[in-house]
Design a protein around this ligand. Structure first.
Ligand code: ADP
Ligand code: MG
Length: 721
């Protein structure tokens, strides 16, 4: 189009760069790397120090694990079939061995006697004290242009793997992107903020993160490897700052709007909730309900996070809130992360609601067109008081007549944005006719430290359910390593079923995936086939996220009805599935799950107060993994587990937005993060006070970043299964 401004190179597809053809571009796109900007944001996971070119004679004096580059002549090569290749290098009479496992056929030729080769890798010290290079990288070609013995290969970034795109191609493309486009990235941070905090510019930060200076001191290098270099802090800060500005806008919007004021007697509603529920509310639940009622009967929109461990009874609290809203003539929405959970909530809440005069409906992608139309119609006319659903609730076609309350269950499965979208989707905010903003209630079983609470839930007040319903017992958790332990666990399952109980076997994947050297993972499909005959006459069922929603419902219903004894499942089970009779859960390849996830899974059993057990199975011998699993086995407190999870894994999942690369690396340090989050929040408030509409020209890139981050609709975190 004539006259249209040329788009910045940043927004152009990766094919705009030399070296990216359509095939590579398609493979990159699968990993979310579509534009030049995406390449710049594709941050390294770490770095390899290939700076020092060492003479072979110096290696003996270096510590194990040291990264080195050597250049020497091949003395001889010894292949052991296809399993192993040993190459002996020689220089000034010193020989050093390099060893590869599973060499490919061409390598023997590469390492023919007399060839001069350059290798980069880490040192290992053999039992006899000699040093060797294990699985080094051949950098002969890379070194070819380098003059002088001193010039090594520098600090090389290590990027996340992109399927079918070789690492060197990625490295090359990112390098080109940095050279041609880093200078074009708009600076989102107001200059004053960057200056106050001593943060480098975005262009410099990107350059340093992708192409660290080869002359870094050891101290600076350590900083970089720990994700603490100024460039990395800058990128992490920017990320947090954008979130905080978004939260500030959200808070402000909510503060200024009018909420749905429930003009009814809370005590009366509480009494009918009590009468409708099949159990006696714990005092913790009563306290939480009163706190919610106080918010709901005031004119300011509620923004509250209700956190409580798995099984602490958050659903009943949400029910009471919806009942209050319903009694005042308003409607509520409850969003759950899976169809199975939405269905289950629908069933439970409809049963309770039936006794209290609350009309409950369910909406998810599994409904047929007619059912869907009828639900949408009933919500629009106000004939449903509480609509339970999946992210299908975020569809534009949903119109709610008098939305008073939006509830998000299992918040950790959603991003910050989806929460905002739930209140806003379909033009709910502010309500066209009434100008009101619905109250918001967020439920979470994954307790979070305060530093993160400020980020992920920065706009919310906090209520904690810190006691479980009476009679709950600790799930006896056993850690089992290897085949024998697995047989033992299955015997336990058989015994439970023989005694009339039910159980779960959880696998990390649906189908078998070859995993290189680390072997196979247990898959739900193969376990399902295997366990039928093995556990006969036990009736075994299968549940995973790729089954159609009708199939999933059917299986869960059969399990609930006791027609299936053992359910083999993926992590679709993680959230919420509530079948009180289940009393044993076996988790295969437990090291594949996060700690909080294991705790959630374990929370699926013993829900009726019966004695119950959990087997964490692993084939791993690695002491770090065993440590981790032992911790879960020995700890029943969800708060402590969540904290440990955070410490070990970084807050990506808890934060609700996937954190990758350097920012993720940086955030892995929760003590450091607390300070940065606080700073981001403070700076966001300062900025917001001065320029609440982000209207100044200087704020324009920031405004765009906030909009991109908050308003873009993304699918919810897909299920691992
Ligand atoms: P979560 O907090 O994990 O969402 P749920 O709301 O699913 O927990 O409740 C877990 C189980 O405990 C459900 O079976 C529910 O019916 C039961 N429950 C909830 N509150 C009580 C209570 N006060 N007394 C007895 N059982 C309860
Ligand atoms: Mg729940």
């Amino acid at each position: 189009m004539a006259g249209a401004p040329t788009p910045s190179l940043l927004d152009q597809p990766v094919t705009a760069l030399a070296g990216a053809g359509p095939v590579t571009a398609a493979r990159l796109a699968e990993r979310g790397l579509e534009s030049v900007r995406d390449l710049l944001d594709f941050l390294p996971l770490g770095y390899q120090d290939f700076r020092a070119l060492y003479p072979l004679s110096a290696l003996a004096g270096l510590p194990e694990g040291q990264m080195v580059v050597v250049r020497a002549v091949v003395r001889r090569a010894r292949p052991f079939f296809r399993r192993l290749l040993d190459v002996y290098l020689e220089q000034d009479g010193v020989q050093v061995r390099a060893r590869w496992f599973r060499p490919n056929a061409g390598m023997v030729k590469t390492y023919a006697k007399g060839n001069l080769v350059a290798l980069a890798g880490s040192l290992r010290r053999a039992k006899d004290g000699t040093v060797e290079l294990i699985q080094p990288r051949n950098v002969t070609a890379l070194m070819a242009g380098q003059a002088g013995e001193k010039s090594g290969l520098g600090l090389r970034p290590r990027y996340p793997v992109v399927e079918k795109v070789p690492g060197r191609v990625i490295e090359k493309l990112v390098t080109t992107a940095v050279e041609q486009a880093a200078g074009l990235v708009p600076d989102v941070l107001p200059a004053g903020v960057a200056k106050r905090l001593g943060l480098p510019s975005i262009a410099d930060s990107l350059r340093q993160v992708h192409q660290p200076d080869a002359s870094l001191s050891d101290e600076k290098l350590a900083e970089l490897l720990a994700g603490q270099a100024p460039a990395q802090r800058r990128l992490a800060f920017e990320d947090l700052f954008v979130v905080q500005v978004g939260l500030a806008l959200e808070r402000d919007r909510a503060r200024r709007a009018a909420g749905w004021r429930c003009d009814v007697d809370g005590e009366e509603v509480l009494a009918s909730a009590r009468a409708a529920l099949p159990f006696v509310l714990t005092s913790g639940q009563e306290r939480a309900i009163r706190a919610l009622f106080a918010d709901l009967t005031s004119a300011t929109p509620m923004q509250r996070l209700l956190q409580g461990d798995v099984g602490s009874g958050k659903t009943a609290v949400a029910f009471a809130a919806a009942l209050l809203v319903g009694r005042s003539g308003g409607q509520s929405l409850l969003m759950a992360p899976t169809e199975v959970l939405a269905e289950q909530h629908g069933r439970t809440l409809a049963a309770w609601g039936g006794k209290a005069g609350l009309r409950v409906g369910v909406l998810h992608a599994g409904l047929d067109a007619r059912e869907r139309r009828s639900v949408l119609g009933a919500v629009a006319t106000g004939d449903i008081d509480l609509l339970v659903g999946t992210h299908a609730l975020l569809e534009q076609s949903l119109r709610v007549a008098r939305l008073g309350l939006a509830i998000v269950d299992e918040q950790h499965r959603f991003g910050v944005r989806q929460r905002a979208a739930l209140r806003r989707a379909g033009g709910w905010i502010p309500d066209e006719k009434t100008g009101m903003v619905p109250h918001l209630l967020v439920l979470s079983a994954t307790p979070i430290p305060r530093s993160l609470a400020l980020t992920a839930y920065g706009d919310l007040e906090l209520t904690t359910l810190d006691e479980s319903p009476p009679g709950r017992q600790i799930v006896a958790t056993h850690l089992g390593v290897g085949e024998a332990a697995r047989r033992e666990a299955l015997a336990a399952v058989k015994a439970v079923v023989a005694a009339g109980g039910q159980g779960f076997v959880v696998c990390p994947a649906i189908i078998e995936q070859k995993q290189g050297r680390s072997g196979r993972r247990a898959s739900a499909l193969s376990r399902f086939r295997e366990l039928g005959p093995l556990l006969a006459p036990t009736r075994v069922g299968l549940l995973h996220g790729q089954m159609s929603s009708a199939e999933q419902q059917e299986v869960v219903a059969a399990f609930r009805a006791g027609k299936i004894d053992v359910l083999v499942a993926t992590t679709v089970l993680e959230v919420g599935v509530d079948v009180p009779r289940a009393s044993i859960i076996v988790i295969e390849d437990a090291e594949r799950f996060g700690l909080a996830q294991l705790h959630q899974l374990r929370g699926r059993v013993g829900r009726a107060g019966q004695e119950s057990s959990c087997f964490l199975l692993t084939g791993a011998q690695n002491s770090e993994i065993l440590d981790r699993l032992t911790f879960v086995a020995e700890t029943s407190d969800g708060f402590r587990i969540a904290e440990e999870d955070l410490r070990r894994r970084g807050p990506g999942e808890i934060y609700g937005e996937r954190q990758t690369g350097v920012v993720g690396l940086w955030l892995r340090n929760p003590t450091g993060v607390a300070g940065l989050v606080e700073k981001a929040r403070r700076e966001a408030e300062v900025l917001f006070a001065a320029d609440p509409a982000l209207a100044s020209p200087e704020s324009s890139p920031l405004r765009q970043a906030v909009e991109a981050r908050w308003l873009r609709r993304r699918p919810i975190a897909e299920e691992a299964g």
